[in-house]
Design a binder for this molecule. Structure first.
Ligand SMILES: NC(=O)c1ccc[n+]([C@@H]2O[C@H](COP(=O)([O-])OP(=O)(O)OC[C@H]3O[C@@H](n4cnc5c(N)ncnc54)[C@H](OP(=O)(O)O)[C@@H]3O)[C@@H](O)[C@H]2O)c1
Length: 239
């Protein structure tokens, strides 16, 4: 049975990604920093007939990573899919010149440093999969091309902390995919679209089901699928 670890999977896009991968027959590990919310998500998916297990992953606390890596290794010996989905948007509506250093650092801790650190710890297990897939859940706000286009407007200010952390994550995708060229592992960035979640808000046009399509597609790419790209649905986005 194929397996997948999804970070930030107790709600929103992460939980729905776990659900859709579970329906496709994957055993899903639900990463959550909050134990009761993680257990509730496990219960919800298990009651739908999905093989799901909560694992305690706090992306602000890398000390929680090795236990999870060792647990997956002991149970399965490999990892087929890693969806780096957990993310924070701490500077929505904040003017870049008003951004606090602590908000900038906290954003990068979760949206970039933790994703890289966890991925590198899991890489030996992903290498043992016959078709490893790494999905970095980014955002169109991380597109440097669009951010630098004077005609593009993202809200009032463009969220410096969030946008630059997602641009860094995109860079990780591009560089890691080159490092892994010639292996069975594919690494891609996903922009889910503007999705109705706690982060996206009630005014977002996309339902959760539509909002997970890009992540699920990239997580289940065939061997001749792309690597080192940035996608929304199946369209390539500018870096
Ligand atoms: N919604 C959109 O329109 C949209 C658009 C573009 C990109 N995205 C990206 O899609 C991903 C999922 O977003 P979403 O809309 O589903 O947001 P969400 O509903 O706010 O969910 C975010 C998830 O990340 C988790 N998380 C945050 N900080 C964490 C930490 N320190 N450790 C572990 N987990 C942590 C949250 O856990 P808690 O419940 O414990 O907070 C939650 O499970 C994010 O990377 C986001 O940037 C979303």
């Amino acid at each position: 049975m194929k397996n997948a670890l999804i970070t930030g999977a107790n709600k929103g896009i992460g939980l729905e990604t776990a659900r859709q991968l579970g329906r496709l027959g994957y055993k899903v590990y639900i990463g959550s920093r909050d134990i009761s919310r993680g257990e509730a998500a496990e219960k919800e998916l298990t009651s739908e007939g999905i093989q799901a297990e909560f694992v305690h992953l706090d992306m602000s606390a890398p000390s929680t990573f090795p236990t999870v890596v060792n647990h997956i290794e002991a149970l399965d010996g490999h990892l087929d899919v890693l969806v780096n989905n957990a993310g924070v948007l701490l500077d929505y509506g904040v003017r870049p010149s008003d951004l606090s250093p602590s908000a900038l650092r906290s954003t990068f801790d979760v949206n970039f440093f933790a994703q890289v650190e966890l991925t590198l710890l899991l890489l030996p297990l992903i290498r043992k999969s016959p078709a490893g897939r790494i999905v970095n859940v980014s955002s169109v706000l991380g597109s440097s091309t669009l951010q630098s286009d004077p005609s593009t407007k993202f809200g009032d200010w463009g969220s410096l902390a969030y946008g630059s952390s997602k641009a860094a994550l995109n860079s990780f995708t591009a560089i890691l995919s080159k490092d892994l060229a010639g292996t069975a592992i594919k690494v891609n960035s996903a922009h889910p679209g503007w999705v109705k979640t706690e982060m996206g808000g009630p005014g977002a046009p996309l339902t959760l089901e539509k909002g997970v399509k890009t992540s699920v597609w990239l997580a289940t790419l065939p061997d001749d699928g792309p690597t080192g790209g940035f996608f929304h649905m199946q369209d390539r986005l500018a870096w």
